[in-house]
Ligand binder design. Structure first.
Ligand SMILES: [Zn+2]
Length: 319
């Protein structure tokens, strides 16, 4: 099989070709998950991702393929399995090739885990593909975050900022463990509603449902990062007057100081990707003959795969 990047990941075998995560609407393609740098209309995707597509883009079509069901597509046997990254995220199996998409072998509270499969060819997400990109243990970061929230809630409402799809819903699940009320932006709530329709238990209120009198009550607000500090959009300018204690949540917080740059009170390195060691362990367990790291740090990961695992690796220079 030949693997190249040209407006998407192209897998070719003789005259057969299938495109994975195309950059624009491509009938016959496969879409791994609902983050905007992967999400297009027209392809095959999990029912969950199709629902996310319609919420995020207001419209869109696609062919539903649930996890575990194998179909023939463009002459290839195609099957999706949980990528452990976000709600509905999928790894894509194409004959004896596996494309991880964005993935996390550790999984999350609102999705399963990415489980390695024995394959000949592995196309692997290299977002954290540098040897220095390792996170502190997740349970420790979660415990730190919950402790910080409990301390700060004694003085009033607190805000957490995170990406609107995936991270924010993980944060709802985490804060629900504390038993305090969570209020989220309406966009985050629209996406969380899809989780609830699929049986994932999340409890939250919409910002637009809070009365003026309720806004100052102790609760955790989960907001887009741009809403943590003024200037705020006029529709939510009242958030600025609450003088919220605020923290940013992102895997990159393990390596960069966002709190000082944006004038925030804290930051917590929770990621929906596997870190470097997770990715190396996953590759080793798949025991592929050939690896194609893709995205962000693909050249670094290719080098480490050849050096440490002695597997031929070639970076795909996508996007
Ligand atoms: Zn993603």
């Amino acid at each position: 099989m030949r693997v190249t990047y040209d407006g998407g990941i192209r897998v070719q075998d003789g005259l057969r070709e299938i495109v994975l995560d195309p950059s624009r609407k491509t009938p016959g393609s496969v879409v791994s998950h609902g983050h905007l740098d992967h999400l297009t209309s027209g392809g095959m995707m999990t029912p969950e991702t199709l629902e996310v597509l319609r919420i995020r883009k207001g419209t869109g079509d696609g062919v539903e393929l649930p996890y575990g069901k194998e179909v023939d597509r463009e002459g290839f046997a195609v099957r999706l399995s949980d990528a452990g990254h976000v709600f509905g995220s999928a790894m894509v199996r194409v004959d004896d090739l596996l494309y991880t998409g964005d993935f996390n072998p550790e999984g999350g509270a609102t999705c399963g885990k990415a489980v390695p499969e024995k394959v000949h060819t592995l196309i692997v997400d290299a977002t954290y593909g540098k040897p220095t990109f390792n996170f502190p243990p997740k349970h420790e970061v979660e415990a730190d975050l919950l402790t910080w929230l409990e301390m700060e809630l004694a003085d009033g409402p607190v805000a957490l900022g995170g990406y609107e799809f995936g991270k924010s819903q993980e944060l709802i699940a985490l804060v629900n463990r504390l038993g305090v009320e969570v209020a989220v932006s309406d966009r985050i709530a629209d996406l969380a509603d899809a989780y609830v329709r699929h049986g994932i238990r999340l409890q939250y209120r919409r910002l637009s449902d809070l009365s003026d009198a309720e806004r100052r009550d102790p609760r955790v607000y989960i907001l887009p990062p741009g809403w943590l500090r003024p200037p705020l959009d006029e529709s939510v300018s009242w958030l600025g007057s609450l003088r919220l204690r605020a923290a940013y949540v992102s895997g990159w917080a393990a390596f960069f100081d966002f709190s000082r740059r944006y004038g925030l009170d804290a930051q917590f390195p929770l990621s929906d990707h596997g870190d470097f060691e997770d990715v190396m362990g996953f590759i080793e367990a798949c025991a592929p003959r050939r690896v194609y790291p893709v995205f962000s740090h693909a050249p670094d990961l290719a080098r480490e795969v050849e050096r440490r695992l002695r597997i031929r690796a070639e970076p795909l220079r996508g996007r």
